[in-house]
Design a protein around this ligand. Structure first.
Ligand code: ZN
Length: 448
């Protein structure tokens, strides 16, 4: 028996890149936040490397460390002084005081200075954290801070030096998390990554989320933590002023290929050639814009005149639509409107072939968006069953399944022999997946 195959071109990808980049412009799946703008470091003279400043106040050296992720959040640390400044009166605590008008002093104490807290004395070292909800803390404000010993009645002693720093500014990321079906996903936690940090938002019932204020001047990447039913997603970096992200999660339940040791997403990526092509470190999923595909079927029989190939094509379309449970192909009488054109003529060396955009010079499966395909069955097919199996396999390719499975139980298997001819449960999942996952979905962004 002569070998058979489909015939995707493997020529260069360059011509298709422009079209693909255009695909990335908008919509679920193809949506991606823009790259972070050029963001400047805080400009206040007191800004310090690594968000840490130190200076001498009444209790000695005090260190203020700004939180790397949470805006307007900082930790004040100092050691128990070796000598007690208020002696002989007892030091009962330390007032952590800030002022946004100038250095903390006796003159400002009861006017513009905010005492954030009086920390009871008695430790060896102290570290206290304050945030945007602490009265007196103003995001983005130049701030002077002093740690001042106080006696029993809360009176400060002599107020000496202040430490100047800038409270970090914040920005909020607001967006939505939806499913690959477009449904809002509630209860999804979002973490900040880089630097790794815990949840900063949880989606509401309508899928919307709003993070706590994050330190401005840096782009942040978000990662979903959606549980076992979804492939989790990490966005591209998002900076202040960037468009609201819409994060589209892939339902992993329909993609559970029962292949031992084979990740279903990997399988999907191989068979569709999804991850063969990187565009600026992304691997966007290319597929048909919409289903069902319009199929034009030309009249034809096999060479012996015993098999009506056009009739078989119609029957296999109906068979596969029913097996998938969704209308993926529909016949059209208008050849010029057809996305799939079924033809019958001799293909040297093969019994079946599906060609992508046959009028283009170098279309590449996995990269070139499909405009139309030509499904050819060679009249050399001898039997009706052979024709049915051939159509099943080639119709699978017309869904933009550009490659083959390595599992001989799969309809989409091919290794130079005769493939099984009937779709397995995996093939049906594959067909549903390629018709469901949004175009432009970035394979690289999804994690198990
Ligand atoms: Zn094939």
């Amino acid at each position: 028996m002569r070998p058979r195959r489909h015939g995707p071109s493997r020529a260069g990808a360059a011509g298709a890149l422009l079209a693909l980049l255009a695909l990335l412009a908008g919509g679920c799946g193809r949506q991606d936040p823009v790259a972070p703008p050029g963001v400047a470091a805080p400009t206040a003279a007191t800004a310090a490397v690594d968000g840490k400043v130190s200076g001498r106040t009444d209790v000695g050296i005090v260190i203020v460390t700004s939180h790397p992720v949470l805006a307007a959040t900082f930790t004040v640390a100092w050691d128990e002084p070796a000598s007690l400044p208020l002696a002989p009166r007892p030091v009962t605590g330390y007032a952590v005081a800030i002022d946004t008008t100038g250095p903390v002093s006796a003159a400002t104490w009861r006017r513009t200075t905010h005492v954030l807290e009086i920390v009871p004395a008695g430790g060896r070292g102290y570290a206290r954290t304050y945030g945007p909800d602490t009265p007196g803390v103003v995001a983005g404000a130049p701030t002077w801070l002093a740690v001042v010993p106080v006696s029993g009645n809360g009176d400060p002693g002599e107020i000496g030096g202040s430490l100047a720093f800038r409270v970090t500014d914040g920005f909020v990321i607001a967006g939505r998390v939806i499913s690959d079906q477009g449904e809002p996903l509630g209860g999804v936690d979002l973490d900040v990554v880089s630097p790794a940090f815990g949840p900063v938002a949880t989606t509401g019932a309508d899928g919307s989320f709003r993070t706590v204020p994050l330190v401005a001047g840096h782009a942040r990447a978000l990662r979903t933590r959606s549980g076992a039913d979804w492939y989790d997603y990490a966005t591209l970096p998002i900076g202040a002023g960037d468009p609201s992200p819409v994060i589209c999660l892939l339902d992993r339940r329909p993609l559970q290929f029962p292949l031992e040791g084979v990740d279903s997403k990997l399988f999907l990526g191989v068979v569709t050639r999804w991850f063969y092509h990187n565009v600026d470190a992304t691997r966007p999923f290319v597929r048909w814009e919409a289903f069902p595909l319009r199929v034009h079927i030309a009249a034809g029989t096999n060479a012996a005149g015993t098999v009506d190939l056009a009739a078989i094509a119609r029957e296999q379309i109906a068979f596969l639509n029913a097996a998938v449970g969704r209308e993926l192909w529909v016949e059209t009488a208008d050849s010029t409107q057809a996305q799939v054109r079924v033809r019958s003529y001799t293909i040297p060396g093969f019994l079946g072939q599906t060609a992508l955009n046959p009028d283009e010079p170098h279309p590449v499966w996995g990269t070139t968006p499909p405009r139309w395909m030509r499904l050819v069955v060679d009249p050399a097919v001898a039997t009706e069953q052979q024709a049915r199996y051939l159509f099943n396999h080639e119709l699978g390719h017309t869904l933009y399944v550009g490659s083959h499975s390595t599992n001989p139980n799969h309809l989409m298997w091919y290794q130079g022999g005769v493939s099984p001819g009937l779709p397995s449960a995996d093939d049906l999942r594959l067909f549903r997946a390629v018709a469901t996952i949004p175009a432009g979905t970035d394979y690289n962004r999804y994690e198990d």
